[in-house]
Every structure is written in structure tokens, then in C-alpha cells.
Design a protein around this ligand. Structure first.
Ligand SMILES: NC(=O)c1ccc[n+]([C@@H]2O[C@H](COP(=O)([O-])OP(=O)(O)OC[C@H]3O[C@@H](n4cnc5c(N)ncnc54)[C@H](OP(=O)(O)O)[C@@H]3O)[C@@H](O)[C@H]2O)c1
Length: 223
């Protein structure tokens, strides 16, 4: 068993979710409110360590009316436990789980960083050899009561998750801008598939304009 997973992101018309310098303010104000309403509906929000290091997000509900109990559990997919102790995701505004890989577990457990994070009530889940085993992580989160999980990037984790058949729905904000750049992050990066035959199919179930942006909702056609 695993949670229902909704991948949400904002991209430019050319499919970029950040520029090569890391700039990623893409959504309009209305879209940011939509994102925070969605956060409020979910039991957990998950990001990759690349996103934590680039953006230092809080991943709380703070752009719409919300009480502390509305904050979902924050999950960082972070094989080597590189999450900085200063990262905002480790503050006490919400529960946080760092998912690490077994190869790095013992060195981390004897580090000062572990002691600091433990005192902040950060929890840890270990799976996989050198990289987090995403299926095990999803099973664990479901056992912990996570029925609905919002995946908030970035490109590398998005691709691993969809390749593993772990995404059920995609909500994408398409902003009317173009940034280009071969080194700018796209919605899905990772290794990619070799042929179009391997592409993951999608079914468009909703589309509407929100301010200047376009919001598209797709169901993922997992086998
Ligand atoms: N516009 C948007 O909506 C939006 C949203 C989110 C992020 N972003 C942007 O996306 C960029 C970050 O994307 P990113 O691709 O660099 O990083 P990412 O996808 O956030 O994190 C990738 C990292 O996750 C770790 N990981 C652990 N297990 C994994 C697994 N099984 N599969 C895949 N990854 C795994 C890997 O590092 P370890 O092996 O070391 O753990 C990997 O390098 C930032 O520029 C950010 O601004 C944009």
C-alpha cells in the first residue's frame, strides 16, 4: 500500500522549472494560493535534497488561512543526509522526515548534525543501498498514516517517481514565459527514457486559466 501521490509544479512554456542560476519564481500569486490550498489537503509534502539546497523551502501552509495542524509532514529524499541544520524544513513548524540510504546511515548517526536534528524532532527513515528506495519510502509513509502525498520536485526526483510508477496525478501551472537554457532544470530530468514507447501516458482531466497562468491536471496512466 502507498499514498495517492499528486505531483505539483510550476513551469515556463518551455518546460523549465528553474533557470541555470537556480531562479524559480514562476507561479503568479493566484497559483501560489492554489498550491497552499493543495498542501493543506495533503498529509505529506515531499521534495528532493536538490530542492532543499537550491530553494531552502519551508513547505508549510502560509499563503492561505491555516492552523499549525494544517501543516503536512515534510519529507526530504536525501540519501546522504546532506540536509543542512540551518535548512528551514527542519524548523519546528511541522513534522519532518529525512529519508536516507543505508550506506550513509552509520556515519550520519554518530555525527553532531544528527544530534542537532534529533533535538528538533526530525525523524529518519532508511532504505536502499546508495540511494533512497522510493517504493519502501512510500510504503513506510502510508503505514505512518499518509494517505495523500504532494510531490513538489525537483526534476530528478520527479523522474524517478514517475519511472517507478509512484505518481497518480500531475497538476502543472504553465506560466506564459520562456527562459530557455540547456542547463535550466526541466519538469522531468533524470536519465530519461530511450524511446517514446517507454513514455508514461497521461490523461488530461482538467484545464483552466488562473490569472496569467494555465493550470492543467492529468491522471497518470500507470499499468
Ligand atoms: N518550479 C517548480 O515547481 C519547482 C519545484 C521544486 C523544485 N524546483 C527546482 O528544481 C531544482 C532542484 O531539482 P534537482 O533535480 O536538482 O533536485 P531534486 O529532484 O530536488 O533532488 C534530487 C536528489 O534527490 C536525491 N535522491 C535520493 N534518492 C533518490 C531517488 N531514488 N531518485 C531520485 N533522486 C533521489 C538525490 O541526491 P542524493 O542521492 O544525494 O540523496 C538527487 O540528486 C531547483 O532548482 C528547484 O528550484 C522547481
Amino acid at each position: 500500500m502507498r499514498p495517492y501521490v499528486i505531483l505539483n509544479a510550476a513551469m515556463t512554456l518551455d518546460g523549465k522549472i528553474a533557470t541555470s542560476s537556480g531562479s524559480s519564481n514562476i507561479s503568479g500569486e493566484d497559483d501560489l494560493k492554489r498550491v497552499h490550498e493543495l498542501r493543506k489537503e495533503c498529509d505529506a509534502i515531499m521534495v528532493g535534497i536538490g530542492t532543499v539546497l537550491a530553494d531552502d523551502p519551508r513547505l508549510t501552509v502560509h499563503k492561505v488561512d491555516a492552523k499549525p495542524k494544517d501543516n503536512p509532514i515534510r519529507v526530504v529524499v536525501d540519501s546522504k543526509c546532506r540536509t543542512p541544520i540551518a535548512a528551514r524544513i527542519t524548523n519546528k513548524d511541522a513534522k519532518t522526515v529525512i529519508a536516507g540510504a543505508n550506506e550513509y546511515k552509520y556515519d550520519f548517526l554518530v555525527s553532531d548534525r544528527y544530534e542537532v536534528l534529533k533535538k528538533r524532532n526530525v525523524n529518519f527513515f532508511w532504505s536502499g543501498d546508495k540511494q533512497v528506495d522510493l517504493k519502501s519510502l512510500m510504503n513506510y509513509l502510508h503505514e505512518e498514516g499518509v494517505e495523500k502525498l504532494m510531490l513538489e520536485g525537483g526534476s530528478t526526483l520527479n523522474f524517478s517517481m514517475i519511472k517507478s510508477g509512484l505518481i497518480d496525478e500531475i497538476r502543472i501551472c504553465v506560466a506564459p514565459m520562456v527562459v530557455g537554457g540547456v542547463n535550466s532544470k526541466t519538469f522531468f530530468d533524470g536519465d530519461g527514457f530511450n524511446t517514446m514507447d517507454e513514455a508514461v501516458g497521461l490523461d488530461l482531466v482538467d484545464s483552466y486559466e488562473l490569472g496569467k497562468d494555465l493550470i492543467l491536471t492529468y491522471k497518470v496512466l500507470n499499468d
